[in-house]
Design a protein around this ligand. Structure first.
Ligand code: R5P
Length: 293
């Protein structure tokens, strides 16, 4: 097995290789003045199971092209198997044609990935109506989770005796409720209505007393931060004053991390996407998932 760090996977790939005691190499990526990409493997991939570690954030579309170019090149160079280890995988949220003429992006991504790779592993993918990755991809897929790492972080850093874990919308139970069960504390799930990419309404259907509680809001991702900010506004009305926020994927679009700080949120994320709040290392989750590949 050869672990390859693509341009947005290097912060994890070297550690993954170390944990597995497997060789590591970086994918050399250059951009031409017109925006075209040039990629090159620096180690011989022939006969190997090649694991491409690539997280899809920031220049997402370049990241996609780079991973596809790398997969086809590895195949061409004689790799035995090509696996995409994606700490954060994009384009999963548009899983239906809500308005006529729209692209169902998840289906297009699935076709591209199925044709280029033999397997795909994703950490905490954002699955709405699709319950599992095997309903999306035809190739071998594994849904990985950082929930145990988040629970460990909470146990080490927060007072769990007097804590309440809150999830901002029904889907967040997969993180908020699951982590609450591991650390053995109460949880509550709020209701969210999304009005646009930047506007959400978050409500709590029952009244609870949060005075003196250590509230930890957990969600899979933070993009504009508005979901968390609205959740905090609601929970403040119930007496909560201090908020710890944990997300798996810290996208932090449009200066979201600063906005969250102003809203009295202390934010921590995993390092699926490198950012200033990333304090939970997920390389062990990726390494573990590759052991039987
Ligand atoms: C959506 O359902 C996700 O779980 C997140 O709650 C959402 O993507 C966060 O987006 P934003 O930070 O822009 O509110």
């Amino acid at each position: 097995m050869l672990i390859i760090g693509c341009s947005h996977g290097r912060h994890l790939a070297a550690n993954v290789a170390k944990k597995l005691k497997k060789p590591y190499s970086e994918l050399k990526v250059k951009k031409f003045p017109d925006g075209e990409l040039h990629i090159r493997f620096l180690k011989n991939v022939k006969g190997n199971t090649v694991v491409l570690v690539q997280s899809f954030y920031g220049s997402i579309n370049d990241n996609v092209m780079e991973a596809l170019f790398a997969a086809y090149t590895a195949k061409d160079l004689g790799a035995k198997k090509i696996i995409l280890a994606a700490p954060y995988f994009p384009y999963l949220r548009q899983d239906e044609r809500f308005k006529s003429g729209e692209c169902v992006s998840v289906e297009v991504m699935a076709k591209l990935v199925d044709n280029a790779f033999n397997g795909i592993f994703i950490i905490d993918p954002h699955l709405h109506r699709e319950k599992d990755l095997r309903h999306i991809f035809r190739i071998k897929s594994k849904k990985l989770t950082a929930n145990n790492l988040i629970a460990d972080f909470i146990k080490k850093n927060y007072n769990v005796k007097n804590c309440l874990i809150a999830g901002p919308d029904w889907e967040s139970y997969k993180w908020a409720e699951k982590v609450a069960n591991i650390v053995n504390c109460d949880s509550v799930i709020l209701e969210k209505k999304r009005l646009s990419g930047r506007k959400v309404i978050v409500k709590l259907s029952k009244k609870i007393d949060l005075r003196g509680k250590n509230v930890i809001i957990i969600d899979d991702m933070i993009s504009t931060g508005n979901t968390i900010i609205e959740t905090i506004k609601n929970l403040k009305k119930l007496g909560a004053r201090k908020f710890n926020v944990i997300a798996v994927h810290g996208i932090f679009a449009e200066n979201a991390l600063n906005k969250l700080k102003k809203a009295s949120a202390k934010v921590v994320t995993t390092n699926t996407i490198p950012n200033k709040a990333a304090r939970i290392d997920v390389s062990s989750v990726i390494a573990e998932s590759l052991k039987d590949s």
